[in-house]
Design a protein around this ligand. Structure first.
Ligand SMILES: [Mg+2]
Ligand SMILES: [Zn+2]
Length: 398
């Protein structure tokens, strides 16, 4: 009999971050973003999920059976929190020189699963290394390779090649579309301009998902009613400037005027009538945000601002300036805060694009009527801090 509705997962690099230093304690077991939610979805769809994992750290004496049990209790608790459950964890305790039959790529662990669940022909075997897939293929599993990487290790060739491809295609299409914007875009009415420019933006996001395996999850979309508001988001990469462009359209983004001088890219951007500021001049920049921002809000257009100013490392929040809150308070429009982890997949100042999940959380509107700008900034900052998807390694400064 075939084990229907079964999925076999590797553990390290599939459910949790892998480490060249081994996962030796429950504290070192760090979930990969989205893995628990993915298992929960499989469970909901009626799939049983089992793990087959090499744990040579046992043979090497890095941890003992009680230690491994503790790690697996931590994993089970984390999964349970997301509504996910594993039906079994099969592990090989041996080292590479022990000549056992269960260390992947040997099929021993899969054989144990077959003994319990029946034949696994066609059952997905998800792993982050060739040996996981080989172990499964030996018993007829369908191999699924995930492109994660050991934390701190060099990116895999798969990730590098896909990142280069992304860079080339994205820029080539950007140049063509930049010309289109120059030739056609200027003659379109304002609302249609946004849609026209966003063709490229949408394409870039589609490419990022298909080519680089970056999935995007938006929570709280219902909080983005149309109408004037100030959106305050944390800033980790160019990704959010693109994605929010698709999500909130039309919008007026506050940006450095130098960006508009870029060939091709800048031409498209200029069409969207952004709020131009000169970052070098603090006072003048604030004045520009308040004046141009008020005009846009008067026209019913939301203003998007990144109060950290520059892009932060993933897992980090920078200092929030008050410009956006001040604009909202003066014009008596609500503030909506956005918290996301784009830097995990699209880090600033890097050409690498890492597969994974970007979670973008949108706050309920923060009323500004009875508050001062400082309070509004603090509330937005706290919301972003509390709803940050993943662990923050640095806390925001007061
Ligand atoms: Mg692995
Ligand atoms: Zn073994």
């Amino acid at each position: 009999m075939n084990a229907s509705k079964l999925v076999i997962l590797d553990r390290d690099g599939v459910i949790n971050e892998d480490s060249d230093a081994y996962i030796k304690t429950p504290e070192e077991w760090r979930p990969l973003p989205g893995s628990a939610a993915a298992i929960a979805r499989l469970n909901q769809a009626g799939y049983r999920v089992v793990v087959a994992t090499n744990q040579s750290g046992l043979a090497r004496g890095y941890f003992d059976q009680a230690g491994l049990d503790a790690i697996h209790r931590t994993m089970a608790a984390h999964l349970e929190h997301a509504g996910a459950r594993l039906s079994g964890v099969y592990f090989c305790p041996h080292g590479p020189d022990d000549g056992c039959s269960c260390r992947k790529p040997a099929p021993g662990l899969i054989n144990q699963i077959v003994a319990e669940y029946g034949e696994v022909t066609g059952v997905p075997m998800v792993g982050d290394s060739l040996r996981d897939l080989e172990a499964g293929v030996a018993r007829g599993c369908r191999p699924v390779l995930v492109l994660t990487q050991p934390a701190g290790g060099p990116p895999s060739w798969g990730i590098r090649i896909r990142s280069v491809l992304f860079f080339v295609i994205y820029n080539a299409v950007g140049i063509v579309h930049g010309l289109n914007c120059l030739l056609i875009g200027w003659f379109l009415p304002a609302r249609q301009r946004y849609r026209f420019v966003n063709i490229w933006t949408r394409f870039a996001m589609w490419l990022l998902e298909r080519l680089n395996g970056v999935r995007v999850h938006v929570e709280g979309r219902e909080h983005l009613q149309t109408g004037p508001m100030v959106i305050i988001a944390n800033h980790q990469s160019s990704w959010e400037t693109f994605y929010l462009q698709c999500l909130i359209s039309p919008q007026a983004t506050v940006l450095k005027r130098e960006l508009l001088w870029l060939p091709f890219f800048g031409w498209g951007l200029a069409l969207l009538n952004p709020i131009r500021i000169d970052r070098g001049k603090g006072r003048a920049a604030l004045k520009a945000v308040l004046e141009q921002g008020a005009e846009r809000l008067n026209d019913g257009i939301p203003v998007v601002i990144y109060p950290e100013g520059s892009r932060q490392e993933p897992g980090t929040l920078g200092h929030f300036n008050h410009g956006g809150s001040l604009l909202a308070c003066r014009n008596k429009v609500p503030v909506v805060a956005i918290s996301h982890n784009s830097g995990d997949c699209w880090p600033a100042r890097s050409w690498l694009r890492f597969p994974g999940d970007i979670i973008l959380r949108i706050s309920p509107p923060i009323n500004t009527h009875d508050k001062d700008a400082k309070t509004v900034t603090r509330l937005a900052e706290e919301w972003i801090f509390e709803h940050y998807p993943g662990e923050l390694t640095k806390t925001p400064k007061a």
